[in-house]
Design a protein around this ligand. Structure first.
Ligand SMILES: [Zn+2]
Ligand SMILES: [Zn+2]
Length: 117
């Protein structure tokens, strides 16, 4: 028989406190991502989802996130991304549409410059 429902204990981390938390020093706040997990059911993407939501609401990422920062050299346009692909896509699109030169910055990378053709 496989219709046991009493194996919920396996999901309770008694030994390791691995409840995902996220902090934001700019907001001086800490959140427990376990709630996010329940609400959003996005699994281990919860941190990324939280970071994106936080960015939308506050304009900055929480601690522990090293965003790819895209900024235009010629106008105030810019954005922040959690991975390089959308950052690069944004930069290339902006450069193509406006003929502006755009910089992509990340803590682990050299600054890239995307110039219009
Ligand atoms: Zn914040
Ligand atoms: Zn621009």
């Amino acid at each position: 028989m496989s219709d046991r429902t009493d194996d919920a204990d396996e999901t309770h981390p008694h030994d390791v406190d691995d409840t995902p938390t996220v902090t934001c020093s700019r907001c001086d706040h800490e959140w427990d991502l376990a709630y996010e997990l329940d609400d959003l059911e996005v699994g281990n993407q919860s941190f990324e989802q939280f970071a994106i939501d936080h960015m939308r609401h506050t304009g900055h990422f929480p601690d522990g996130v090293s965003p790819w920062v895209v900024s235009c050299r010629r106008c105030p346009e810019g954005d922040e991304f959690l991975s390089s692909h959308p950052a690069r896509r944004w930069a290339e699109t902006h450069a193509r549409h406006t003929r502006h030169t755009v910089e992509i910055e990340h803590v682990d990378e050299e600054t890239k410059v995307v110039a219009p053709d």
